[in-house]
Write a protein that binds this ligand. Structure first.
Ligand SMILES: *Cc1c(COP(=O)(O)O)cnc(C)c1O
Length: 377
């Protein structure tokens, strides 16, 4: 047996079937490959305003401390988050992005012989986190396309897959890649219906963008549900995706379990300082939210007027049906210096996910897409 084959055989069962996560193409890579400049990225739902000045100032002020380990307990940031949510710091767990928390939750509660449920059209990281543990993945069917939340979470279908072995349910609200959402009433009823031995992870990466009055305040439900974990991030509206920082809220005993598997210094010191600063930067967050609300409308309207079906979104991105295989359109957009996100890996080969950009970026996307659609169809 060759050495390579031997390594293949040594892989842990859960890891053997894994395919690495494919991120949105970085701008530098596109420009290298295609010899372009002035490219834009509307592929990873990042904040197009760029990093908040408040965070940059906090980072600069922290640079002299870089020879020291960060505060592994994240004391200052947890205090700031606790004040922000009017809750107790011992309910908060910090992560190297909320992705870190999703993995920690899977590691802490899943083993071979247990199962986890998630929707067929949901964040790919759920599948990766579950599979790596060797637990069973149970994929629930999404809503049909003709539905008020097209391709969104079907909570009844998710509930039907939960049995005695089910340790975790992952759902995103708003959901990525669909932009759909669950309202307060249906989500509360769902969590109430889930047995106590199944932990419900509500991933709220885009919550700060939502302005709808029926959008649930899940953080207020933590007292009621010992099996609820809510995850949030500084990667999206707070404009700090490159720093990698997120957090979860849960009852303290569940937070304590996550703390057992967490790397002692999983969140770096610059990220902690920047997060404290931007949490207080209401002006930046409000500007991002307001720009997104307008951009979401103009992008959606523009795509619809190109004859495309767009799923109504309350996030900072839209899922669009190209009515044909999306890959050639994706590639044509790349040649035009625009990176969007193909979602074939989500089982949606005809769709593209497009992040809301600056007004001029949205316009550039619509103009290029109009030209491309004439040539490819
Ligand atoms: C972007 C995103 C995240 C955030 O990941 P980070 O690790 O915090 O950058 C989490 N969940 C979903 C559904 C997302 O789309």
């Amino acid at each position: 047996m060759g050495r390579k084959t031997i390594i293949e055989n040594l892989i842990a069962n859960g890891v053997r079937g894994l395919q690495p996560y494919v991120p949105g193409k970085p701008i530098e890579e596109l420009e290298r490959e295609f010899g372009l400049s002035e490219s834009i990225k509307l592929a990873s739902n990042e904040n197009p305003l760029g990093p908040p000045a408040s965070a940059l100032a906090a980072i600069r002020a922290s640079l002299d401390g870089l020879s020291l380990y960060p505060d592994g307990s994240g004391y200052v940031l947890k205090q700031a988050l606790a004040a922000h949510y009017e809750t107790d710091p011992n309910r908060i767990t910090l992560g190297n992005g909320s992705n870190d928390l999703l993995v920690l939750i899977a590691e802490a509660f899943l083993t071979a012989g247990t199962a986890a449920v998630y929707d067929e059209y949901s964040f790919v990281v759920y599948r990766l986190a579950v599979q790596a543990t060797g637990a069973e993945t149970r994929v629930s069917p999404a809503n049909p396309i003709r539905h008020v939340q097209p391709l969104g979470h079907d909570l009844d279908a998710m509930r039907a897959l939960i049995d005695d072995n089910t340790r975790l349910v992952f759902l995103a609200n708003p959901n990525n890649p669909t932009g759909t959402w669950c309202n307060e009433e249906e989500l509360h009823a769902f969590i109430t219906s889930v047995p106590a031995q199944t932990i419900v992870v509500v991933d709220e990466a885009y919550a700060e963008y939502v302005v709808h009055s029926k959008y649930p305040c899940t953080i207020d439900w933590i007292d009621e549900f010992p099996n609820l974990v809510v995850t949030r991030t500084f990667s999206k509206i707070y404009g700090l995706a490159g720093l990698r920082i997120g957090y979860s809220l849960s009852q303290p005993n569940l937070a304590e379990v996550l703390n057992r598997v967490r790397q002692p210094f999983n969140v770096n010191s610059l990220a902690q300082s920047a997060a404290v600063a931007v949490l207080q930067d209401l002006e930046y967050v409000e500007r991002a939210r307001a720009m997104n609300i307008e951009g979401l409308i103009s992008l959606t309207d523009g795509l619809v007027s190109l004859g495309l079906d767009v799923i109504p979104s309350i996030g900072n991105f839209v899922l669009v049906d190209m009515g044909q295989p999306a890959e050639p359109i994706y590639t044509a957009l790349l040649r035009a210096g625009i990176i969007v996100r193909p979602v074939g890996n989500y089982g949606l080969p005809n769709h593209l996910r497009i992040s809301v950009g600056l007004p001029e970026q949205n316009q550039r996307l619509l103009t290029e897409l109009k030209t491309i659609l004439v040539t490819v169809s």
